[in-house]
Ligand binder design. Structure first.
Ligand code: NAD
Ligand code: USQ
Length: 394
């Protein structure tokens, strides 16, 4: 298959590109490196050093003998998207190329506008280009479990059958996202569903949970192939952060009560899920949704696991929650479709946490303790957090 990986320089896009390349697909990467620019803007850096995209691609060719094409440009630039698609002629597109941090989207108006513009317009350009050039291209789009929020009933995979006043229909599952970033994913989902309906496109919307880990078979082949790992309060996700905090001898930053429960998955399962979605294509006009996670944990459970495994007197600290979210809630989310296609999950094990802890230990000197405490509040007033002084790359 010819697969174009949008956002192929990112945490998940890069290892996915290598995985698909090593599994016999012809892979192209698209990225404008804006993720590296956010680091400069926020004054933070990946815990694991990463080399430039061109050097990564060269190293992959040396190590594997395989070529990954690099296309540098911005998905919000429609002409660039059209030219890239017509040059590469993909059978499928895996779309990771969005601003993906909830806190970043909540810094201020400018960052909210930037996030929604970048994500929604980029995705619309992709939809139009597919419709105009080749509607048979399968769009595999990364969405988020956070699109659903935390309702007090079970979450289904995209759709729910509802009986109302004696009539029954299957309708999109209600969305209650918790940030302007998560809202951008909801807008994308609606746009994709509509495009499938009116233009006969085929798409898989992967409502992915929080990814942890950094090790994949391909990225481990050479240190120049490593993918990034974020531990800072804006881009770091919860388990990756807790491991870095434990190694830095800092208390683990549980926001509020810590009963926030989320679907999670190992980075290796992201790769496997993408390939399963690609090789089991939807029908023409079909918009399908897979809930892409393997287990769920509360934030407090994750902190307790990391503290128990790391030992050395690591403390769990309950900070006032900088987000507006349910700190205790019911969480029951269905996730059978990828299992039915053959996913064999890497469940969260002590070894996985130990591997993350030893990675953080190896790069301990790169941990900037000032990057750990949360700086972005969801509230417009009465925030005691420092005001952000950065500006989004509009
Ligand atoms: P990332 O920020 O590391 O990677 C995204 C990549 O897209 C970056 O390299 C960035 O430069 C690129 N990009 C962004 N906007 C672009 C544009 N306009 N044009 C071209 N390139 C652009 O993020 P990630 O963690 O790899 O996440 C990838 C996708 O998966 C995102 O859509 C995210 O919402 C989704 N996701 C991630 C997680 C997670 O835990 N990391 C969980 C669920 C869903
Ligand atoms: N949290 C803490 N302490 C921390 C960091 C986070 O308690 O130090 C809590 C947050 O308040 C939240 C939960 O942990 O309740 C998850 O936060 P997170 O930053 O790990 O993840 P989130 O903001 O939800 O976003 C991440 C990715 C995003 C993806 C999403 C999947 O950045 O791209 O869409 O996970 S999901 O959570 O299913 O929406």
């Amino acid at each position: 298959m010819r697969v174009l990986v949008l956002g192929g320089d990112g945490y998940l896009g890069w290892p996915t590109a290598l995985y698909l390349s090593s599994h016999g697909h012809d892979v192209g990467i698209v990225d404008n490196f804006v993720r590296r620019q956010y680091d400069l803007e926020m004054g933070v850096d990946s815990l694991v050093p990463i080399v430039q995209a061109q050097a990564r691609v060269r190293r992959w060719r040396e190590v594997s003998g395989l070529t990954v094409e690099l296309h540098v440009g911005d998905l919000t630039d429609a002409a660039f998207v059209e030219q890239t698609f017509s040059a590469f002629e993909p059978d499928a597109v895996v779309h990771f190329g969005e601003q993906r941090s909830a806190p970043y989207s909540m810094i201020d108006r400018q960052h909210a506008v930037y996030t929604q513009h970048n994500n929604v317009i980029g995705n619309l350009n992709v939809l139009y280009t597919i419709a105009d050039q080749d509607p048979s291209i399968h769009l595999v789009k990364l969405g988020s479990m956070g699109e659903y929020g935390s309702p007090n009933i079970d979450i289904e995979e995209g759709f729910i059958e509802i009986t109302h006043k004696g009539r029954t229909d299957t309708l999109p599952y209600p969305k209650q996202p918790g940030s302007f970033y998560h809202l951008s994913k909801v807008h994308d989902s609606h746009n994709i569903m509509f495009a499938c309906k009116i233009w006969g496109l085929r798409s898989t919307d992967l409502n992915q949970g929080i990814v942890y880990g950094q090790y994949t078979e391909e990225t481990a082949l050479h240190e120049d192939l490593a993918t990034r790992l974020d531990y800072d309060a804006v881009f770091g996700t919860v388990l990756n952060r807790f491991c870095a905090q434990a190694v830095a001898d800092k208390p683990l930053t549980v926001y509020g009560k810590g009963g926030q429960t989320r679907g999670m998955l190992d980075i290796r399962d992201t790769l496997a899920c993408i390939e399963l979605a690609l090789t089991n294509s939807p029908a023409k006009g079909e918009y399908r949704v897979f809930n892409q996670f393997t287990e769920s944990f509360s934030v407090l459970e994750l902190a307790q696991k990391v503290a128990a495994i790391h030992g050395d007197g690591v403390r769990v600290e309950h900070l006032e929650d900088p987000r507006v979210e349910d700190e205790e809630h019911y969480y029951g989310a269905t996730h059978t479709k990828l299992l039915d296609l053959g996913l064999v999950p890497h469940l969260l094990s002590d070894e996985t946490i130990e591997r993350l802890l030893s990675l953080a230990t190896r790069y301990r000197s790169r941990i900037d303790e000032k990057a750990i405490a949360p700086t972005v509040s969801w509230r417009r007033t009465s925030s005691k957090l420092p005001t952000a002084t950065t500006s989004a790359p509009l």
